[in-house]
Ligand binder design. Structure first.
Ligand SMILES: *Cc1c(COP(=O)(O)O)cnc(C)c1O
Length: 417
């Protein structure tokens, strides 16, 4: 998907007004769902041209699809990226990104504080292909610089780690990655494009689980890879001589023309249609949910049974200044808090009536989870220690219910401890 850089419209307008690639025959206001595996052509030459990329046309939905392309168009309108590809999940976005640039003997420098499956992908899945992972403390710039060598293919981190709530100092980290000629790849699922400008922060490649903020009502699983066109792929041993086009870097060319279609990680047109609709209300939901999360963070801080609250906007929070700078004071709908024990965490959850016990983030519904016994429940205690998972910690994703009802629900459950 190529970008229209001329738009001067504001965030929500750009998403809602993003035009179709072709006029719809019936003038449908919502992009129709092109629920079709294949597309037919008027002549043998036309289909040959499409397959040889001489003519831009959809041939087969594993490769591209009009409904999927419509979501990509909206993401391009929303973000500052040059190019985007949506895939079947956030994990598909992450795995396809690294499959495009990794080779046997390479290494990835990253934090051990990662989304559980990303940690497992790096530590276990990739290890068997001779791809090494080097864990560093991302607050320590010297440690990051020292871990990079001539076979480092990227520095990777999450914008705000989950559930540790550490904010990555991307402006400083990007100075290192630029100087050392490796791409800065960031998982920005935690803050959508209306709250964070990846290009300004020095991010080269952004990966997102669109399952979260983008999908809207948590209807479906999806992911996206965004290329800011800022990295010179001559510096990657695998992509140095790879083909590119005017609109696709060597990286995007590799993903779109080889990796994603071979892995078969395409987004389904039904999912794309749901997520394109959800995305139109992204800014409204984000701002309201962030406001409620801040209110609840303050509210929880006042409760006697609550040992600690982590939310980047809180005055005493370690990453407050960094968060104010990167996210313009609006650091999203996720917060964590510590109770006295794991037993308290379980009892608290069991007495909630509005907030739901479920994994996932940034649904319209408020969701709570005890990460130590669920997302990280199958990791050994030693592994959990490396990953920094505390047993008395709860993660809350704040939804769109009325804030007074959420407070009532929390007080009611706290009274049971
Ligand atoms: C959910 C999530 C993922 C994985 O996304 P899926 O869509 O579930 O595959 C990756 N990173 C972060 C930060 C997430 O929250």
């Amino acid at each position: 998907m190529e970008k229209d850089k001329s738009s001067k419209q504001q965030f929500s307008t750009r998403i809602i007004a993003a035009p179709y690639s072709k006029q719809d025959t019936h003038g449908a206001i919502n992009m129709p769902v092109y629920r079709s595996a294949a597309f037919e052509f008027g002549s043998a030459e036309a289909i040959a041209n499409a397959f040889q990329n001489k003519e831009a046309a959809h041939t087969y939905t594993r490769i591209s699809n009009p409904s999927v392309e419509n979501l990509e168009r909206k993401i391009l309108a929303a973000s500052a990226a040059d190019n985007v590809m949506v895939l079947s999940s956030g994990m598909a976005a992450i795995s396809n990104t690294f499959l495009a640039i990794a080779y046997t003997g390479c290494n990835i420098v990253t934090s051990p504080h990662l989304f559980g499956n990303t940690f497992s992908l790096f530590q276990f899945t990739f290890a068997s292909f001779g791809i090494e992972v080097r864990f560093v403390n991302t607050d320590d710039l010297e440690e990051i610089a020292n871990a990079i060598d001539e076979n480092t293919i990227a520095f990777f981190c999450e914008l705000i780690t989950n559930p540790h709530m550490e904010v990555a100092n991307l402006t400083e980290i990007s100075k290192i990655t630029r100087a050392r000629n490796i791409p800065l790849i960031v998982d920005t699922t935690i803050i959508p494009w209306c709250g964070f400008n990846a290009r300004d922060a020095g991010v080269d490649i952004e990966v997102v689980s669109t399952t979260k903020y983008i999908s809207g009502g948590a209807t479906s699983i999806g992911g996206a890879i965004l290329d800011y066109g800022t990295f010179d792929w001559q510096h990657n041993k695998k992509l140095a001589d790879a083909p590119k086009t005017d609109s696709m870097s060597e990286f995007m060319f590799k993903i779109k023309r080889e990796i994603a279609r071979n892995i078969g990680a395409n987004m389904d047109p039904d999912t794309a249609s749901l997520q394109a609709l959800g995305m139109e209300t992204l800014q409204l939901r984000y701002e309201r949910m962030s406001q409620s999360a801040y209110d609840l963070a303050l509210f929880l801080s006042e409760q006697s049974n609550v040992v600690k609250v982590s939310y980047p906007k809180l005055d005493n929070y370690k990453y407050k200044r960094l968060s104010d700078r990167l996210f313009a004071g609006n650091p999203g709908a996720m917060l964590t808090f510590n109770l006295k024990s794991k037993e308290d965490c379980f009892r608290f959850q069991d007495h909630l009536q509005i907030i739901r016990r479920a994994t996932n983030l940034f649904d319209i519904k408020s969701l709570i989870i005890h990460p130590g016994s669920t997302i990280y429940g199958t990791f050994s205690p030693e592994m959990k220690a490396i990953m920094g998972i505390e047993d008395n910690l709860l993660r809350l994703s704040v939804g769109l219910e009325d804030i007074s009802d959420l407070k009532t629900d929390i007080v009611r459950a706290l009274e049971q401890l």
